[in-house]
Design a protein around this ligand. Structure first.
Ligand code: HEC
Length: 306
């Protein structure tokens, strides 16, 4: 009786494991197909110039393998990639090299705007699969260890030999990219600039904010929809005390245990000063609201301030 029971148990175990395995296989081949059918939309100054299905990339571009320090996981990973410069050449010709910024549109609403100069200075790649027997996903230690899908495209940098790239953290490594757009920052986001009369630290803070915060947050309704608006109608500097705002940027989980906001990268130079300047920028923005005299008026996607 005893042994028959255990045979039944092991059979049940084998059966249930194979069901799980079969389901996993169905599931992964399904998501594989779904991803392959996805197209990437390319824009130049708000106009769509091409939709290129991911499956067609290999016709025009060479597949490569690249090992990087995976900043989200704090360890090395290997990916299958296409060179970013070759992709931009294919779509935009030489135009992209003299453009100002490239914006990445992602399924999770993350939306970084990266200066073209960074792509001219460092080697960037679009990963489309793993090359280390790992699913094309990662465990994002900067986002409360959330397991995230990386496809269709994931922007990575050849960072193993670059201290500067390692210091910058993961802000310029968007995943789930479905759109790529060449643009001019001031034309695309006219209402996020501090007034000319603002102190120099607020102007410097504006640049830090663009680099470290703007990919997730909006100011006056402009930017990314991934996280909260920080200025309109009430600025965060008006309801969060300065010491707590500083602590928040320094280490969000010191305030909210399960926060999904990453801390400002630990390695950036003059980190304390950078935080103060970001707060100076946010403070200066209290006087800049949509449709006030200090802002341009031709912007269409700003919130209504009536
Ligand atoms: C990867 C996305 C991401 C980045 C980058 C990011 N944040 Fe956040 N932020 C969040 C999320 C998500 C929340 C929501 C709170 C939570 O999850 O605890 C948040 C919340 C906040 C809040 C609290 C707002 C409120 O009313 O409660 C402030 C202030 C803030 N962020 C400021 C910043 C600043 C300043 C930077 C740049 C140094 C920044 N964030 C960078 C995702 C981000």
């Amino acid at each position: 009786m005893e042994s028959r029971n255990s045979i039944v148990k092991s059979l049940l175990f084998i059966f249930s494991t194979s069901v799980v395995l079969a389901l996993t296989l169905i599931n992964s081949s399904f998501s594989q197909t779904a991803t392959n059918q996805g197209s990437i939309e390319f824009k130049n100054k708000n106009e769509t110039i091409r939709n290129l299905p991911l499956a067609e990339f290999e016709r025009y571009l060479t597949k490569q393998t690249l090992k990087i320090f995976e900043i989200h996981e704090k360890r090395d990973r290997i990916y299958q990639v296409y060179s970013a410069a070759s992709l931009f050449d294919l779509i935009y010709g030489n135009d992209w090299r003299t453009a100002e910024e490239i914006i990445f549109i992602c399924e999770d609403y993350y939306q970084p705007s990266i200066p073209v100069t960074k792509f001219l200075q460092y080697n960037a790649y679009f990963a489309f699969a793993s090359a280390d027997n790992h699913d094309f996903t990662l465990k994002n230690s900067l986002q409360n260890d959330e397991e995230v899908r990386l496809g269709p495209l994931y922007l990575i940098w050849d960072n193993l030999n670059s201290r500067e790239l390692l210091q910058e953290g993961a802000v310029d490594m968007p995943y789930q990219i479905t759109g790529i757009e060449l643009t001019t920052f001031a034309a695309r986001f006219p209402v996020i600039f501090p007034p000319n009369s603002a102190p120099p630290e607020a102007h410097r803070g504006s640049l830090h904010f663009r680099k470290h915060c703007f990919a997730c947050h909006t100011i006056n309704g402009q930017g990314s929809g991934k996280a909260a608006e920080l200025n309109y109608p009430v600025s965060v500097t008006e309801y969060i005390q300065p010491t707590y705002l500083k602590l928040w940027i320094n280490n969000p989980t010191a305030i909210r245990l399960n926060s999904k906001m990453p801390p400002l990268p630990a390695e950036i130079p003059d980190r304390d000063k950078v935080i103060d300047e970001i707060i100076a920028y946010l403070t200066a923005m209290r006087t800049v609201k949509p449709q006030s005299e200090t802002t341009h008026s031709q912007n269409s996607n700003q919130p209504d301030d009536q």
